[in-house]
Design a binder for this molecule. Sequence first.
Ligand SMILES: NC(=O)c1ccc[n+]([C@@H]2O[C@H](COP(=O)([O-])OP(=O)(O)OC[C@H]3O[C@@H](n4cnc5c(N)ncnc54)[C@H](O)[C@@H]3O)[C@@H](O)[C@H]2O)c1
Length: 377
Amino acid sequence: MRRIGVVMNGVTGRMGYRQHLVRSVLAINEQGGLALSDGTRVRLDPILVGRSEAKLAEIAARHGLTDYTTDLDAALERAEVYFDAQVTQARVKSVLKAIEAGKHIYAEKPTAESVEEAVALAEAAAARGVKNGVVQDKLFLPGLLKLKRLIDGGFFGRILSVRGEFGYWVFEGDWQEAQRPSWNYRAEDGGGIILDMFPHWHYVLENLFGRVRSVYARAVTHIPARVDEQGVTYDATADDAAYGIFELEGGIVAQINSSWAVRVNRDELVEFQVDGTHGSAVAGLRNCRIQHRAGTPKPVWNPDLPVTARFRDDWQEVPDNAEFDNGFKIQWELFLRHVLEDAPFPYDFAAGARGVQLAELGLRSSAEGRRIEVTGL
Ligand SMILES: NC(=O)c1ccc[n+]([C@@H]2O[C@H](COP(=O)([O-])OP(=O)(O)OC[C@H]3O[C@@H](n4cnc5c(N)ncnc54)[C@H](O)[C@@H]3O)[C@@H](O)[C@H]2O)c1
């Protein structure tokens, strides 16, 4: 049995606590540690770091942990890995400090607010020779794993287009509490749906369909004022919806709507429809439905008659055929194997920087009202 110290910065936040501490790091320990290929098992010693000692103490007590501090430098001295799930704006400074200390780094997306900083992080990590990784959790969702299975099995023939629909109504905070932190709606605090979601769309598109060649996006702030955690009204300065068109290598056209100002009339909070010459699929977080060319109905446009066909009945559910673990945990295990036994891990800071680049170009496209080519970094 080996042990590895992991500094976890930002564990009082939504992602840091639930997905990374509880559902990943503690879950790995609960299953008896991480099994390496030589049979060694590795337990993780989380060192909780944050700004509020009281909040850290409370989380530590809840989970029987003892190591927590507000002193990042001291924490880094007793760890091999640094993990960051702070607000985006606080990320670069802390990650650079951990790189200087020679720690391997795993971080939430986006790795930075600008391409310049994201590239600087990738370069600093490479220069210091530390392993680095960025969270790309959506790739490990059951729905997207099924979609990948269909692509790998040649189900689609030639893929023509991808239609993504993401979003839900985020309450304004006046008569019902908002279900997301208020910094998400302030550009000056690192908020905005493009900076939040385009890094996700980037790695989904890149890993499933091909490199992104160009972007056209329209960013909008539909709800101009919201109420924060203290009940104070503030100006929402960041985009809360983005309507994007991405052209991929091989000629695939992907359209993805992202919105915190949309009411859900779908089966899941995100869905991707993929149309190919031989078949189509609609994948959500968990489920995936398909329609093969042989099972495709032939509708005829006639607005004079009521619709009698039940189009959704012509789709077939893709079976699980496997047990799906939590996607964040799967990626933690891959990253730790990368650190401990040099296993491959393609989701590095360079990939993170490409995600930030797509967000930056999306914002520029919207500001300038034009399509922008995505050039190699
Ligand atoms: N992978 C995903 O699906 C996913 C989903 C949501 C958010 N995220 C990313 O995770 C990060 C955190 O998002 P969240 O929704 O958990 O936010 P959150 O507001 O719930 O948590 C933010 C954390 O950062 C800390 N923090 C706040 N302000 C700070 C400051 N000025 N300096 C240092 N620390 C500060 C908070 O104490 C808290 O621990 C963001 O970068 C976001 O983009 C990823």
